[in-house]
Write a protein that binds this ligand. Structure first.
Ligand code: SF4
Ligand code: SF4
Length: 55
């Protein structure tokens, strides 16, 4: 299981420092590496756009 980022992402960067396994990559829309994500939910808790949810 992994969390995923939707096109509601506004590329604010708030999720990056929250990830304990550093699996979120920057871009026009940020992307979570599904193989590395441990599904902890820390990123979703800080997203101002509610763009991150469980897959
Ligand atoms: Fe990182 Fe946890 Fe978010 Fe997965 S759910 S991308 S491990 S902070
Ligand atoms: Fe995108 Fe949300 Fe991460 Fe900000 S916190 S970069 S809006 S996914």
């Amino acid at each position: 299981m992994a969390h995923v980022i939707s096109d509601a992402c506004v590329a604010c960067g708030a999720c990056i420092p929250e990830c304990p396994v550093d699996c979120i990559k920057e871009g026009d829309i940020y992307v979570i590496d599904k193989e590395a994500c441990i599904d902890c939910g820390a990123c979703a808790a800080v997203c101002p756009s509610d763009a991150i949810s469980p897959e």
